[in-house]
Ligand binder design. Sequence first.
Ligand SMILES: Cc1cc2nc3c(=O)[nH]c(=O)nc-3n(C[C@H](O)[C@H](O)[C@H](O)COP(=O)(O)OP(=O)(O)OC[C@H]3O[C@@H](n4cnc5c(N)ncnc54)[C@H](O)[C@@H]3O)c2cc1C
Length: 426
Amino acid sequence: MSVEKIDTLVVGAGQAGIAMSEHLTSNGVPHLVLERKRIAERWRSERWDSLVANGPAWHDRFPNMEFKCDPDAFPGKESVADYFVAYAEMIKAPVRTGVEVKRAHRTKGGAGFQIETSDSLIEADRIVAATGPFQKPVFPNIIPDDARIPQIHSNAYHNPAQLPDGAVLVIGSGASGVQIADELQRSGRKAYLSVGPHHRPPRSYRGRDYCWWLGVLGKWDIQAMEPGLEHIAISVSGAYGGYSVDFRRLAEQGITLVGMTAAYQDGILRFASDLAKNIAEGDANYLSVLEGADAFAERHGLDLPEEQEAHMLAPDPDCLTNPILEMDLAQEGIAAIIWATGYTVDYSWLEVDTFDDNGRPRHTRGVSEEPGIYFLGLPWLSRRGSSFIWGVWHDARFIADQIAIQRSYLNYHNKVQARSQKPSSR
Ligand SMILES: Cc1cc2nc3c(=O)[nH]c(=O)nc-3n(C[C@H](O)[C@H](O)[C@H](O)COP(=O)(O)OP(=O)(O)OC[C@H]3O[C@@H](n4cnc5c(N)ncnc54)[C@H](O)[C@@H]3O)c2cc1C
């Protein structure tokens, strides 16, 4: 089998792979992007049907191309995927779709890597792993399979009609859990929502979206979250035109809130007694964003309308004052459970020595400990915004610069060597 040689191989053509291609091209780095399915596949097949972007179109995009919709609207997931396809076409990204990287390892005795794909062999000097921040769904092993209740992860949820008739328990209070519980309740289902620690910035405040406020307040650029808060869920929604996630209002609407899902035995599910605490901490986070925004507006003399009512919290619903601590699933008519509990990574195809005991890459801003291996798109790769559309752009630029720097050192070496090998003219 003939071996194709390439300078830099990018694995994955989601937003990270496309951003990487853009910056490699501007640095003059020859490269190839391999995608096992289609460009931005996860936006197409691993998100529910009604999902819209969590940020408005003016914000959740790359700097060089706008969405073809109202900049303040929240584009649907297909429009987001179409956007990346159009972007890849615009920059003529060298993407090869339908090719899966099966295995990559260092070339024996060499500086580069050998890559086995689903249809060929490739040798590359460098690899950028852009296979996503959210690769493998995870949920705690609380309810055994023999409990005979359908359990799915949020990445397999598409719409209410796919679930058996009856009530649904959604576990997880980040954007996915909240939006799915809301959709189920609006579709006429009885919905329960298991609420853990979360941040819930206001959708908009004083006429500006939270993406803008977090931007001007420097919160997207925070480089390290307070210890313990790295994985805290962010409860936001662009659905139905966008709204601030307020768990009291969700309860008022008919969703029953419960604390963290803790244990299961013989058809009984138990919840931690942390609901009030989790809601109170979420409120504190919400109010702190309002205060930060007010202080910013005052300091900069911004003429933005006051919004006193945003500071007022609705009364506590009954499910908050008298929390359910255990639930007989059959008695409550729970027909399905949806775990919106996040993801982990899977780099089993990448056989190099730069992973910790949990399989997480060891790296600094995406530059790994294994020379020639780079990671892009991971949460907190360099900052809070790293796994989001606008954030990955900046990380890709940094990594492309690092690759260009390494190449320039090697070019220097090659030139010197070529000069020294030239026969002397005297
Ligand atoms: C429900 C949900 C909603 C989100 N909403 C927003 C939002 O509104 N705004 C925002 O900024 N961010 C959002 N995000 C976060 C983030 O933007 C997305 O997760 C985005 O898909 C990440 O892009 P990526 O390119 O890093 O990874 P992915 O989109 O996961 O792309 C990785 C690509 O790599 C391919 N791949 C994987 N393994 C291989 C292999 N071995 N060989 C070849 N190809 C491979 C996959 O097929 C995939 O296409 C959301 C995330 C989720 C889960």
